[in-house]
Design a protein around this ligand. Structure first.
Ligand code: ZN
Length: 127
């Protein structure tokens, strides 16, 4: 499921959506906050241009909403059902979760967004 060639691999690793051979990001670590949204111009392996059109990644905002909700629900379930936190405790845990995971949420949304429009190409990856 997580092998090269699946969308999940590209989404979770941030690798090129077409060849899965290298990272789309200049810096792989999302917690390097100054470079969190820095995406290379194109893939050096298969020459795929990541920004299909100007402002392409604005669309990732819509995905980001869904991904943020998923993280918030996970924080709710863990703090409410596992730690039996009060309403205030649950609220604080959701806010803290969203702040701490913001760089990961941003990158995941961009990875999901670009993978909606680009698909794995076996020939490109073996080039
Ligand atoms: Zn590539």
């Amino acid at each position: 499921m997580f092998k090269k060639g699946s969308k999940l691999y590209s989404i979770l690793t941030g690798s090129c959506p077409k060849c899965h051979q290298e990272s789309m990001y200049g810096n792989k670590n999302p917690y390097h906050l100054s470079e969190v949204l820095h995406i290379n111009e194109k893939c050096s392996h298969c020459d795929t241009k990541y920004r299909i059109e100007p402002s392409f990644f604005y669309g990732a905002m819509y995905v980001s909403y869904g991904v943020g909700i998923a993280f918030a629900v996970a924080a709710f379930v863990i703090s409410h059902f596992v730690f039996k936190a009060s309403v205030h405790g649950v609220f604080i845990s959701i806010v803290v979760t969203l702040v701490i995971f913001a760089p990961i949420i941003m990158r995941l949304s961009r990875n999901i967004w670009i993978n909606i429009f680009m698909h794995y190409d076996k020939d490109l990856s073996e080039k």
